[in-house]
Each structure stands twice: as structure tokens, then as C-alpha cells.
Design a protein around this ligand. Structure first.
Ligand SMILES: NC(=O)CC[C@H](N)C(=O)O
Length: 222
């Protein structure tokens, strides 16, 4: 399975994400945002966390105008797999690849702590490595993680079983405690918590590892 990790100026989780994917068995290529195309044969595009372009305008808004942006949108439109973590989730909403928006946390502070998440669906390559309803601990580190979507959008996410993870208890004011959502074709996941920071015992937890393992195994057999 071939994965491309995208780096923007200000990304700071790109290496961790590349390591987590490699440790799960992916063949990982690193891509600089100024490239305007993806290499041939990429199965998964991974958009990492961080502070792309200093979080100016809105988090992810400038990254979504980068030279690589068109290739990312095209990858999603042709049914390619994508994961956006934290700032990566913000970039995917700014690209229009995922619905909704990430707003300032209700407490108006930067939150950096372990969060407990509930796996709401295992019907995706990203969540197939978990049990439905499983509670996992994965760190959050954001000031704009408050997921919001209009009522009809929330209704569609629920009706189509596209809420991947929720916070339990609440963390940042997200509507319905949403921590991660899937695209309509279930091949794009955006999530604010950082599974790549919980994928190796050396960094204090391994609850994120099943996401990368399930993904790599699922795509290898897809
Ligand atoms: N760790 C991150 O990716 C930070 C995300 C984003 N820049 C925020 O603070 O909301």
C-alpha cells in the first residue's frame, strides 16, 4: 500500500504520521506542498497535523490554496483514500472534501491532553481495526477543534453512519461531540485527535495503532 504524506510550511506531525504508517506496513512517500501532482499509484493521501501557514486566516485555509491542493481534491474525487488529522482535518474541510468546519474551542484555550473517544462505526477502512463502541485514548492538541455543521448536514452524517469517533466526555464544544467524520464514500476520514501520537508504546499509548494497521491491511486487500 502506497501512502503520500503532505507537508506544508508549519506542519509538525508529518514525520510522526509517516512513521506510524510505515510501522503499520505502508510504503510512504513525503510530498512538499509546492508539488502540483501526486506520484502515480498512491493509495492513501495523509494530511498531517500542525499549524500550516501559521494558522492565518483560518486553520487550513491557506494550505487549501497550495499548489498540491488540486491534486488532493482530484484524488478524493476519483475515490482515493485520504486521512486528515487535526490541521489535516481542517485542510480537508477547507478543500471541501469533508463537510462542516472546525471553529475555536468553546473554552477559547489551546487543549493538549489525552482524550477518550468512542468508535462510532467500524464500517470504514480507518475504523475496521476497532470494535464498534470501543473506547480508546488518543491525544488532542488544538485550539480550533470545535466541529460544527448545519443541522441538515448533521442529520446526513448520522443517517449515513458517517460519524467515525465521538468524544466521551466532551472536549471542545463540537456538535454531538464529534471527533471525526467520514466522507459519503467512506474513503476519507477527518479527525481532530492524533492517532499517530498514540501508535508506539514509547510515546505513551498505542490505541491509535489499530487505525493504521486496519487501514494498511484493508487497502492491501481492497
Ligand atoms: N495539532 C494540530 O494539528 C493543531 C491544529 C490547529 N492548528 C489548531 O490548533 O487548531
Amino acid at each position: 500500500m502506497k501512502a503520500a504524506v503532505i507537508t506544508f510550511p508549519g506542519s509538525n506531525c508529518d514525520r510522526d504520521l509517516a512513521v506510524a504508517l510505515s510501522q503499520a506496513g505502508a510504503d510512504v512517500t513525503r510530498i512538499w506542498h509546492k508539488d502540483d501532482a501526486l506520484p502515480d499509484g498512491i493509495d492513501l493521501v495523509a494530511v498531517p497535523g500542525g499549524f500550516s501557514f501559521g494558522d492565518y486566516l483560518r486553520c487550513g485555509a491557506i494550505a487549501a490554496q497550495s499548489p498540491i491542493a488540486g491534486a488532493l481534491r482530484a484524488h478524493a474525487e476519483r475515490g482515493g483514500y485520504m486521512i486528515g488529522i487535526c490541521n489535516g482535518f481542517q485542510v480537508l474541510t477547507e478543500l471541501g472534501v469533508l463537510p462542516g468546519a472546525l471553529m475555536r474551542n468553546t473554552g477559547l484555550t489551546f487543549l493538549c491532553k489525552p482524550a477518550t473517544l468512542r468508535v462510532e462505526t467500524r464500517d470504514s477502512a480507518f475504523t475496521a481495526g476497532y470494535a464498534a463502541g470501543q473506547v480508546i485514548t488518543v491525544p488532542v492538541a488544538h485550539h480550533d477543534g470545535n466541529y460544527q455543521i448545519a443541522p441538515e448536514g448533521l442529520e446526513a452524517l448520522r443517517a449515513e453512519d458517517r460519524v467515525a469517533f465521538t468524544y466521551a466526555p466532551a472536549v471542545n464544544g463540537s456538535v454531538a461531540d464529534i471527533a471525526g467524520v467520514l466522507s459519503a464514500n467512506r474513503r476519507v476520514l477527518g479527525m481532530m485527535p492524533h492517532p499517530e501520537r498514540a501508535a508506539d508504546p514509547a510515546t505513551g499509548g498505542t490505541d491509535g495503532a489499530a487505525l493504521f494497521r486496519g487501514l494498511v491491511q484493508g487497502l492491501a486487500t481492497a
